[in-house]
Design a protein around this ligand. Structure first.
Ligand code: ADP
Ligand code: TRP
Length: 331
């Protein structure tokens, strides 16, 4: 039987090269070997974005991003979390089987408490129930669709384990295999992608290369990648260069070896190295950029694609939730 992979995408801001190579590309590749479910985790973003216009816009923009990079809505199920009411009913059911202690130990909550304590504040200062019970909602996303594997970044592994733990408790209580036990799928090949300043590329560090800039601002951004002060004729160590680290992600093994040799031979200045990276990146982004803009210019068409995904998702979610209701004695 074809196994099912499911993953959620939080619509929290302008997508960048780190998101593409670290999350979007590996997730979309799964469609070759799994039955795939992708969804916009808009209710997960409500925890972070309290501005209606931004939340609405980010959701459309992240949907357009995945489509622009090749998500095929006929081959995968692609929907908005908020369009699936079954998720939220299941979240309540799961909450009634989730030990509070398990949530106390969830990383994101623990990190928030640690920050408060370090600042000599009340441990729960500024922490709402959305943050605290986030893993329950995520477990509902996963368990509702009987996902076998959940592709996530390493920081989300614990959440998938929590989903598995909750599923096991319920299966055990009712003596039947109601829920499929999910496994996290963490891609070791995708390392942390570096940003302009050599740290992890992240919105929070303001060191990103956004995916859909026009050519000029894109080149300008790439010119901001930090380099050392070596002169053009000096041989350069590719492994110490952020430009090389970024560029090689777009290359085949043979191309990478050739580029490595050019760095080591000397005679190539940083300006040239950046221009070469720009050319390679721009060639990859040209098509998606056009497609992204086309999609965003027509929100009705975009919404129609998501509505088609909603119908496909609910056709599975609704009978499954009925089965759960029956098993627990709610009719
Ligand atoms: P940011 O750090 O910019 O806020 P997010 O946390 O929204 O990015 O990340 C969304 C997805 O992109 C996650 O799956 C995350 O693992 C992946 N991702 C983000 N930045 C990188 C990076 N620099 N390298 C690899 N993957 C990344
Ligand atoms: N929590 C995930 C993140 O922050 C997003 C997410 C929500 C998710 N629900 C999910 C991922 C279900 C995988 C499966 O990136």
């Amino acid at each position: 039987m074809v196994r099912r992979a499911l993953t959620g995408i939080k619509p929290t801001g302008e997508p960048h090269v780190g998101n593409w190579l670290g999350a979007i590309r590996p997730a979309l590749e799964l469609a070759d070997s799994y039955e795939t479910f992708y969804f916009i985790a808009d209710y997960h973003a409500l925890n972070i974005i309290y501005d209606a216009g931004s939340l609405r816009q980010n959701s459309l923009s992240i949907a357009a991003t995945y489509l622009a990079f090749g998500l095929d809505p006929n081959r995968s199920v692609f929907y908005r979390q908020s369009d699936i009411p079954e998720v939220f009913e299941l979240a309540w059911i799961l909450a009634c089987f989730t030990p509070k202690g398990l949530m106390n130990r969830a990383h994101s909550y623990k990190d928030a408490v640690a920050k408060n304590l370090a600042a000599e504040k009340d441990p729960d200062f500024n922490i709402n129930m959305g943050l605290y019970s986030y893993p329950v909602l995520m477990a509902a996303d996963i368990l509702l669709f009987s996902a076998n594997v959940v592709p996530v970044g390493a920081d989300q592994k614990q959440h998938v384990e929590i989903a598995r733990d909750i599923a096991e408790r319920i299966n055990h209580n009712y003596g039947e295999a109601l829920f499929t036990l999910p496994e996290p799928k963490i891609d070791d090949q995708v390392k942390t992608i570096v940003g302009l300043d050599g740290r992890k590329m992240s919105k929070s560090y303001d060191n990103t290369i956004p995916l859909f800039l026009d050519e000029k601002p894109l080149l300008k951004r790439i010119n901001q990648v930090v380099t050392n002060s070596q002169a053009p004729d000096e041989p350069k160590d590719p492994d110490q260069s952020s430009v090389f680290q970024l560029h090689k992600l777009l290359l085949t093994q043979a191309e990478e070896t050739a580029l490595r040799a050019r760095y080591q031979a000397g005679g190539m200045g940083w300006g040239q190295a950046k221009k070469d990276y720009f050319d390679a990146l721009n060639a990859r982004l040209e098509g998606p950029r056009k497609e992204y803009r086309r999609l965003l210019a027509d929100p009705a068409a975009l919404n129609a694609i998501l509505a088609q995904g909603r119908d496909k998702a609910r056709a599975q979610a609704s009978p499954f939730l009925d089965k759960v209701r029956g098993a627990i004695g709610i009719r």
